[in-house]
Design a protein around this ligand. Structure first.
Ligand code: SF4
Ligand code: SF4
Ligand code: SF4
Ligand code: FES
Length: 965
């Protein structure tokens, strides 16, 4: 095992204190923060004390008695993990007595342990084995014939790890990891004394328990008791590469532990600032899709979607795509083609796609999938604060006194951040949840939301404005903050607006469906905290932080709701320090980055409008082209233009618009109307079934570049294996630009980042070299920031100068319940699956969620004669699909809910063209539907399956005679 694979373990967590103590350990003087354990102080001084039950991600427990030390002038041998360092202490860690005591402890452990080290999967990476060596244990006096656990059975129910009770030393690390790190409390030590054993739930198997497979217990286990199955199958890794998770916007750092070019396991990176050594089931375990047999690794072309595919060389595929784009532009005009970039791709890849469009296509028809998730964040925060980004680090939540979660489901969507948030809640922070569903965070072990405002879908703006009404009318405004930091005129106008009685909780109660008294109490809690709390804000004020997600943005009033959130933060002075702020929880891994990189049709990098002559001139000079001053087409406009006959060619990198965009039948009609669709992806996704050119994409394990997470943190994605298709995504884009006649000559993605830095003020100080050196940086990162950038934004002033209040008049969605469509469908995601499911469906994560289900309240189910597991037909004005029903009180009467991870579910056959007034972000969260019992799939589903079969045949029977020529 190479040293670089093993991450350093100081035994107990770091202590932060402004006081220090100086002591001597084995004659070496060391100064540490007050409260630091002797074990940690010793390692800082260069001495490793033997340990088993201690690890630096968990509070010390003091059970194994291996870490005993001697302290001058004190009797006995205290455990160094639980003993704090004191001024002038003199500590000995190695004496003959200590040696004997430790040997004795180890002898007892080993006497009840199967001594199969040579065939054990942890061989070479086992702390018990290490400690036997360190303590000098040479023989065991007690045989294995007495009472022992050696024959205990294994629990292999979890698809990713096993529990082999015969190897358990009952150190409690797994139990503490599940409690302290993950916050699930799935494990206990059952039994007493010799019979003590780790037990998931009520002596259940891991799969049947509350366990969410985050892997924290596996990470904490010092033996092979909890062991990754991949390690059991493949053996111990021999080197590691630090990279970033490619799933959600938390952006966890990982060590990809490798054997040659094979990933053995992904281990959460302790120094990763977004996750600090924690992970969820997706990042930790669901990486097998990268080598799945469905990967498409050869470029392919075809004239028409009715033709079979032909495998061709990269140059033939690229030249064909370029010639088609040129032909289309000649025939239909310059604006008849465009591109869509993906939040799953790196910053460098996204930047290159928009450059290709503006410089190579000669128009601004570039959009990104953030259009359909967080574009309202861009607009809303841009208007109020002056830039589109979360204001805090994730760590900031540790200083929040009140946490408001609205339209986000962190335990499913952003699990590692949820664990951090839950830790803070267990430490005493108060919680307000605004969500139509009773999501897990409302009530989970040791957490109970103070208020769950279960509003009707589509009424966020009414709710947020009512909260503001209470704060303004009850004199809870932070007048000083508003006076100093915000724009007067907009504040007075807004204050008059929210003070109106038609914005009061009483007036809004009928609209939101939430009792006025609850809204009032929640508003007071947000503005003041509770007097039993020790408040962390300045002058004893409360630190209140807002976290929101797609349940805010994906509405007809998505942008208005984002601005209402910003208003709420400003009137309570909750901006510009740790513990507060406005925090959009980004869905995909690089949503923040794809927005930053200028891939909206109206903006160049760093959110500068395309009509701005100075900005344009800078890019024109660097790129040697003239850039159109008019914004190009947004994704929905591209579809409309395709159906009008004016948009005929599309380059779609890493995005599956046929599955993810609303109103599937409209999208597929638009795709069918185009003459050349180039899809670049790792799998033959739904969009590729309408494509004419297929370019194999690179998975995150094959990419080199950067992702930017929801904290504006730019982290490196490092290549751990060669692209299966032979080229990185950026190389394919570069080839396409060249084939179109626009020169691009990057040798490495770091050169693309250098260009981004030159052209983008907020990225001026960003480079691969700096990220490699510091681990990550947070934009803005330039001469006005720290070297590692800006952890907290808007500290002294807003990016736009004074914060601007915007009037947030509630307007009901066009998606209203009627006699024909009496229910509201809302959508979301689930922990084990991700987005369109292309990655997670190709992993064992499907054991937890193998199909999309329709959640329906017992009352609504009963009215319709629907029983648990029945097929239910869901009809909206856009289309009809069928899903199996699950009956639950998580949803309120009148609301149904589903996920959208499986293409055959057709969740987006139901969603409509209703969209945010400012950004066209689809209103996925509100669709008026009828639900009836059925026994069969819908016509759309039958057509889908037949089209899918035809298209899969065209891949299976592809012509491979010209492949690789
Ligand atoms: S399973 Fe591992 S971490 Fe848990 S008590 Fe046993 S040895 Fe310790
Ligand atoms: S995998 Fe995570 S949730 Fe499951 S028992 Fe281990 S720590 Fe707890
Ligand atoms: S929380 Fe998000 S970034 Fe972290 S491991 Fe899970 S999916 Fe990956
Ligand atoms: S490591 Fe200190 S008692 Fe176990």
């Amino acid at each position: 095992m190479l040293e670089q694979v093993i991450q350093r373990d100081f035994g107990t967590p770091e202590v932060v204190s402004d006081k220090t103590v100086t002591l001597t350990i084995d004659g070496v003087q060391v100064t540490v923060p007050l409260g630091t354990s002797l074990m940690r102080a010793a390692l800082i001084a260069g001495t490793k004390i033997p340990k088993l039950c201690a690890t630096d991600s968990l509070e010390p427990f003091g059970s194994c008695r291996l870490c005993l030390v001697a302290i001058e002038g004190r009797k006995g041998f205290p455990a160094s993990c639980t003993t704090p360092a004191e001024q002038d202490m003199s500590v000995m860690t190695q004496t003959p007595e200590l040696q004997n005591l430790r040997k004795g402890v180890m002898e007892l452990y080993i006497s009840d342990h199967p001594l199969d080290c040579l065939t054990c999967p942890a061989n070479g990476n086992c702390e018990l084995q290490d400690m036997a060596g360190v303590t000098g244990l040479r023989n065991v006096r007690y045989g294995t014939t007495g009472k022992n656990h050696i024959g205990s059975s294994k629990d292999e129910s979890n698809p990713y790890f096993t529990y082999d009770a015969s190897k358990c030393i009952v150190c409690n690390r797994c139990v503490r990891a599940c409690e302290e790190t993950q916050g699930t409390f799935a494990l206990t030590i059952s039994g007493r004394g010799f019979d003590s054993r780790v037990s998931p739930g009520q002596s259940q198997s891991f799969m049947d328990s509350e366990c969410v497979s985050c892997g924290a217990c596996v990470e904490a286990c010092p033996t092979a008791t909890l062991q990754e199955k991949s390690v059991i199958w493949l053996g111990q890794p021999d080197h590691s590469v630090t990279t970033t998770c490619a799933y959600c916007g938390v952006g966890c750092g990982f060590k990809a532990e490798m054997k040659g070019n094979q990933v053995v396991r992904m281990v959460p990176w302790k120094d990763g600032k977004a996750n600090e050594g924690h992970s969820c089931v997706k990042g930790r375990f669901a990486w097998g899709y990268a080598t799945h047999q469905d990967r498409m690794t050869k470029p392919m072309i075809r004239r028409s979607v009715t033709d079979p595919w032909r495998e061709v060389s990269w140059s033939e595929a690229i030249n064909y795509a370029a010639s088609e784009f040129k032909r289309i532009q000649k025939k239909y005009g310059k604006d008849s083609i465009g591109a869509i970039s993906s939040s799953r791709c790196t910053n460098e890849e996204v930047y290159l796609v928009q450059k290709l469009v503006r410089a190579g296509f000669g128009n601004n028809n570039v959009d990104t999938c953030a259009r359909v998730c967080h574009s309202p964040t861009g607009y809303g925060l841009g208007q109020t604060f002056g830039t589109s980004a979360g204001t805090q680090t994730f760590k900031s939540v540790e200083k929040a006194d009140v946490i408001l979660v609205i339209g986000a489901n962190p335990t499913d969507g952003h699990p590692v951040f949820a664990s951090r948030m839950k830790r803070r809640l267990r430490d005493g922070a108060r919680l307000i949840v605004i969500d139509p569903r009773r999501i897990d965070i409302v009530r989970s072990p040791h957490i109970q939301a103070d208020y769950h405002l279960a509003l009707k879908p589509g009424t966020n703006v009414a709710m947020l404005t009512a909260l503001a009404h209470v704060i303004v009318c009850e004199g809870l405004v932070d007048e000083e903050f508003v006076k100093e930091r915000c724009d007067d005129t907009s504040f007075y106008q807004w204050r008059d607006f929210v003070s109106r009685t038609d914005n009061s909780p009483e007036a809004m109660a009928e609209i939101t469906g939430v009792k006025a008294s609850l809204i009032r109490e929640a508003a007071r809690l947000f503005a003041k905290g509770v007097n039993t709390q020790k408040l962390s804000g300045p002058n004893g004020r409360v630190n209140s932080a807002i976290y929101y997600g797609l349940g805010v943005t994906e509405h007809a009033q998505g942008s208005t709701a984002v601005m209402a959130i910003a208003n709420l933060a400003m009137i309570t002075g909750n901006i510009g320090r740790e513990g507060v702020g406005v925090n959009p929880l980004r869905g995909q891994n690089n949503v923040q980055g794809s927005c930053d990189m200028g891939s909206f049709p109206h903006e160049l990098t760093g959110y500068r409008h395309i009509s701005d002559t100075t900005t344009r001139a800078q890019f024109e000079h660097a790129w040697g082209v003239t850039i159109d001053a008019e914004p190009g087409l947004r994704i929905p406009n591209m579809f409309d233009a395709a159906l009008d006959g004016s948009f005929k060619g599309l380059y779609c990198q890493g995005e599956d618009i046929a599955q993810s965009d609303p109103d599937t039948q409209h999208v597929s009609a638009a795709l069918q109307a185009m003459e050349c669709i180039v899809v670049q992806d790792i799998f033959l996704n739904e969009t590729a079934k309408y494509a004419h050119v297929f370019l194999p994409g690179a998975s995150f394990l094959e990419k080199d570049g950067t992702f930017t997470n929801a904290e504006r943190r730019v982290s490196r994605v490092r290549q751990v294996m060669q692209p299966q298709g032979g080229l990185g995504d950026w190389e394919a884009t570069q080839m396409l630009a060249q084939a179109l006649g626009y020169p691009m000559h990057y040798q490495h993605p770091c050169e693309i980042m250098d260009e981004i830095a030159t052209l983008t003020p907020s990225f001026q100080g960003v480079s691969f070299e700096k990220i490699d050196r510091l681990g990550s940086v947070q934009w803005p990162c330039n001469e006005n920031s720290l070297e590692a950038g800006t952890p907290t934004m808007h500290i002294d002033k807003f990016v736009r100068g004074k914060g601007k209040f915007v009037i947030t008049q509630y307007v009901a969605s066009d998606e209203k319940v009627t006699r024909k469509f009496p229910l509201i469908l809302t959508t979301g995601r689930i922990l084990s699956q991700y987005n369109v499911g292309a990655q997670t469906r190709r992993t064992s994560n499907s054991v937890w969620h193998s199909e999309d289900l329709l959640e329906i309240h017992p009352h609504d189910a009963n009215e319709r004669g629907i029983q648990e597991g029945d097929w239910a037909s869901i009809q909206s004005r856009a289309g009809t699909t069928s899903l199996r029903a699950t009956i639950t009180e998580r949803v309120q009467p009148g609301v149904v809910y589903t996920t959208f991870h499986f293409p055959e579910s057709g969740a987006n056959v139901i969603t409509t063209d209703s969209s945010d007034w400012a950004t066209n972000c689809p209103e996925y969260k509100v669709t008026a539907v009828q639900v009836t019992r059925t026994t069969e799939s819908s016509i759309w589903q039958k057509d889908y399956l037949s089209f899918n079969d035809q298209q899969m045949d065209k891949v299976k029977n592809r012509d491979i005679s010209r492949s690789g020529i």
